[in-house]
Write a protein that binds this ligand. Sequence first.
Ligand SMILES: Cc1cc2nc3c(=O)[nH]c(=O)nc-3n(C[C@H](O)[C@H](O)[C@H](O)COP(=O)(O)O)c2cc1C
Length: 363
Amino acid sequence: MIKILYKKALKPLLFKTDPEFIHDAFVKMGEHIGYTKAGRALISSMYGYKGRDISKTVDGITYKTPVSLAAGFDYNGQLAHILDCLSFGGEEIGSVTARPCEGNPKPRLKRMVKSKSLVVWKGLKNQGVDRIINRLKSVEKPEGFIWGISIAKTNDSEASTFEGGVDDYHYSLKRLVEENLGDFYTINISCPNVYGGENFAEASRLRGLFEKLSTVQHNKPIYAKMPINTEWEEFNDMLTVLDEFGVHGVVIGNLNKNYADSDFPEEAPEEYRGGLSGKPCFEQSNTLIRKTRQYWGHRFTIIGCGGILSAEAAMTKLDAGADLLQLITGMIFEGPHLMKDICEAYAKRHKQETVPQEKVKAI
Ligand SMILES: Cc1cc2nc3c(=O)[nH]c(=O)nc-3n(C[C@H](O)[C@H](O)[C@H](O)COP(=O)(O)O)c2cc1C
């Protein structure tokens, strides 16, 4: 019923309105609903997973469900106290940057409806790490809900040099660690929409970045958000650098820069720049997940992200080798019940996979 209502009534209305306006309105609404007990209970009754225990522990962190909200939706941490009601096990807040960032000039978000994708040219709009820290300190963290924090470099000329960029990432990480905020940190090296381009998605610059970041002492898992338009050899060189610095895992991956990977590339208006989310990311990220798992075994935690538009697609990502999942576009195109559907499919899959105890003893 809820699914039909979303698809037949709400979505057609929402999709007639400017996507950034709708995004901001939903974030504001979610923020307010999250402050009331009744609001949380209502959302949870509609979209909360209530099946058997499907919690999963990865790098010492226990997620109640394997699906989290990817970076870029809750960029100021305004939903950090409500997303557990939508069957999310965690979220990546941000990407946060050292200084507040207005983002790129509008319009910077566009739907490609037939392609099941968004053209994203946000340019890392966020209120800056210090203000976001204050917000997160003021809200009650839902029990068992995981706050990852995605860190990027400010989208301005100061951070566009190598040293400026490194200092920017370093400042945010240092501040978060000082405040002991965040269960894990993801270093977003692959945002295609910033001043100076994605200039840390290359082995030697990546090494320079992690040389500095590794001077910040903490005991939380650290991940890197990877590009998906990179040849395997270059991608693998980056993994080698991440291995050197003891990075725990990778989020595979970010937006797709190749418009030809969409089903209907003509939907992308010429005046737009930016990366594609959703379906055009699916195969590309699956291939890199598969290769990373084959080549590196279980050295890296893999968080599979990109084009999860159904429970089946989520299972395909796990089959490719992902330990955990993240999404945004599927929730927008399919509706907020998607995460619950994924949890139910995951519960079923694990029931089938579990070897009965009698059998274990017999072996
Ligand atoms: C509106 C929007 C903003 C995004 N902003 C960020 C960001 O700030 N940091 C980041 O690491 N990824 C960002 N992304 C990329 C997503 O985290 C994700 O990697 C990508 O959208 C693929 O997942 P999806 O197909 O489930 O949306 C953004 C995506 C969208 C749709």
